[in-house]
Design a protein around this ligand. Sequence first.
Ligand SMILES: Nc1ncnc2c1ncn2[C@@H]1O[C@H](COP(=O)(O)OP(=O)(O)OP(=O)(O)O)[C@@H](O)[C@H]1O
Length: 270
Amino acid sequence: MRDLEFHSAVGSIAPPRPQEPLLETKGLSFSAGGDRLLRDISLEIRPGSRTLIMGPNGAGKSLLLRLMHGLLRPETGNILWNGAKLTAEARRSQAMVFQRPVLLRRSVFANLKFALSVRGLNGRIRSEKIEQALAIAGLSHLAKRPARVLSGGEQQRLAVVRALACEPDLLFLDEPTANLDPASTAAIEQLVLEANTRGVTIVMVTHDAGQAKRVGEDLIFLQDGKIAETGDVQQVLSAPKSEPVRAWRDGRIYLGANIETMSEKSGRKA
Ligand SMILES: Nc1ncnc2c1ncn2[C@@H]1O[C@H](COP(=O)(O)OP(=O)(O)OP(=O)(O)O)[C@@H](O)[C@H]1O
């Protein structure tokens, strides 16, 4: 009753506006070698969210990440950043970590120093940021070591903190823990979740359902270059609505609707 009185006193109250996406793709497609590898990909990444991209080998996950980060040009469709065209300037608000860390053939310290210098940071601020990043990654004692002799887990921790030291609004990660042991995987997941609590939007490719549930909120599932299903990661993985996700969860190869129909037909004939 009191609410009704309040409403009539102040006039109509507009409902809250839905949050504008940080990144949006509209009808993206991509071809190479005469093959259509991604088709009609339209999606929204909410600011501050954690989105997981999943799907079988060859579904187009890495391609989609590269398109969203502006490393590839779409054949058709648009990528919007804060509602406007993704520009080179906007791309500097993004960072990407690859499955195989791309590190300079220099020391751990120099890898961080170079990344921060490119962002225009110098002097004491840069030194402080390097020290912070080394401490967060547990690499302070390895600062002088050549990056290329670090273990796989150490290299990936360096790649993640180097990306985060540049304070991106959005961090893309392409299977960052694919070759890592459980402890290194947990360390990377912790770095990612901590960054997200500081407001960094996360878009990550993984094949690991456990990791998806630990790290993700939103799920985009790709099959054969198309979006098969999207939704809350826990819900989609525990009760998938689409056959591609059911097949993936059950460890079956998805044969596609047409092929299944044909085999059903031939089964009926026999
Ligand atoms: N430059 C290219 N030229 C031709 N085909 C390509 C090119 N890049 C990727 N592809 C093909 O596009 C498809 C999707 O590749 P992509 O790397 O995105 O798959 P993915 O879902 O990340 O797979 P995985 O889980 O195995 O890493 C694959 O069949 C791949 O061979």
